[in-house]
Write a protein that binds this ligand. Sequence first.
Ligand SMILES: [Cu+2]
Length: 665
Amino acid sequence: MTTGLWIILDHVVALLTIATWFAAGVALALRRTGPALAVGVAAVLVTLVRVVTVAILAGRGWWFVQEKVLLGLPMLAAAAAVAVLLGGRHLLAARRGRADGRSAGGVVSVLTAAYAALAGLVVTLLVGYPLTWGTALITVSLVVAGALLTARVVAPPAEHTAAAGVARASEGRGGISRRRFIGWTGGAVVVTAAGAGAGLSFLPAETVSLGGRPGRSSRPAASVAGLRGPGSPAAGGTVRRHVLTARKATVRLASGREIDAWTYNGEVPGPAITATQGDLIEVRLRNADVEDGVTLHWHGYDVPCGEDGAPGVTQMAVRPGEEFVYQFRADQIGTYWYHTHHASHLGVRKGLYGTLVVEPRGGQRAGEHSAAEPVDLTLPVHTFDGTVVIAGSDGRAEHPAPAGTPVRLRLINTDSEPHRIVLAGTPFRIAAVDGRDLNQPGEVSDIGLHLPAGGRYDLVFRMPDTSVALVVDDDRDGGLRLRPPGDAPDEPRLGDTSDLPELDLLRYGTPAAVPFDPRTADRRFTMVLDRGVAMVDGRPAYAQTVNGRGHPAIPDQLVTEGDIVRFTIVNRSLETHPWHLHGHPVLILSRDGTPSTGSPLWMDTFDVRPGETWQVAFRATNPGIWMNHCHNLPHAHQGMMLRLCYDGVTTPFAGTHGGSASHGH
Ligand SMILES: [Cu+2]
């Protein structure tokens, strides 16, 4: 069973502990001894089951259980023990006819167990990892406060009740009842502890995490504004000039349907940018009327930091009437894309994206020697209002491909959710992932591919003399058909594509040497992804969090040029998080402790699914201040975003990233 399923099961068991302890408390209060005993036994059993589910989750990683082991379970266990002692003893006596009335202590202790169970689950759902002293103090205070208030209701002090018999026994000597004394003292302790907890929660937090190495040196400061690309192409290269103007437009899709889009140059996707390795790419970005402001981020392309398009970090957002010129050398070959990085959860969804493809200099790649003209299609997959649009086509697209032709399909997921890709009618290889070639990728067929948000796969094959179907999200009516000229049937035999197993890229291809020893690391950072209550852009929110915090309160990660950096990324939540570091591809080391055994796998966006733990590494060779975030763009907007900062690099730009403080949505 996956860790994600254990997390869900543990939540269900936690809910059952709350329900059973509450039910037992109510039954006891109503003097229904039979049901109270039955439900009480169930509550004890469910509590024991909870210990088991938490123990199993602990085996998957301390991050999944810390607050449960240190706070939730001890609180529940203590309250449950008292409840069994007081409530259980009373119930057994009542069953034997040796007690009547109700046991106030029993009712209070059983209900307190219910409060403890509830508080534990609330801490898991709203706070998560890491547990802080502030949270622990507040939680315990609230549970104790609940117990004291319950005691007051169940057995009020003598002067307020006719049931004076209960209170008279506890009359103190000084004229004040012992019960009142306990009540007042308890109340004072609770208020003090809760106040201390709240105070601790407002202490200033660390702003930089060092990953286990010394902190900032006294290096002379370099500004990201000065980290710009070269002004000329490499020898033999040319300059590829583009002007992209961001503007709102009505765009007609292939089916004739019109959508209100935010576009570059009135097109969706924006103009395709292509280059040959060594060319200089120069893009003048203008903004006509996108009030939020726009930028261009070169997703997966390791441009110098000043060209990265992160507003408030590497530049200011380009407002209507303004412009910004990007210039960088096309040194990396492969399939990439560009998109706005300002208010990107809106802008990219509405159409501010396009493709970037860089071909190797000097002809065909290995394995593509052929007399036939190759078919090379760039296929960004985007969802507009629930309709999947592939390269501007919202219905089924067709493309001719003579038998024997080498074919390359460059799939780009420009959405915030993953897509499932099936290629039917031919065996094929995944030649490249996120623009980087794999080592000796084997031929596969009858298999599903999971394409993360922001990710790219290059699928290659030689065209058979029958048609080939590209199916996205198991929708057999849409997608793309490649058909050889002549009378080949327009459909390959397509079964139910949703039945096909999913290819595991961590076991695909052949191992090869990598440029650094991934067993060593100069700095290690752990990012635990979850949902919780946190400040986002200065306002409290039910946020998407990293280590319990939201942007920009998540500490910066500090690295020094040349460091080998290891990330451990843990997903405690029930949603998939496509993790994306700007400026560097990362080498995938392991998933859930199982090492990657296929081709070296370099990715810039990888899906950390619920319950998963990924280890990745990279060498810090591209100085700057880089965004490090979830590429489910609404998640990033809800706080799941931080910065990786090189020692000695500063930024003159300021403001919240993503524009949530400035735009009026
Ligand atoms: Cu996410």
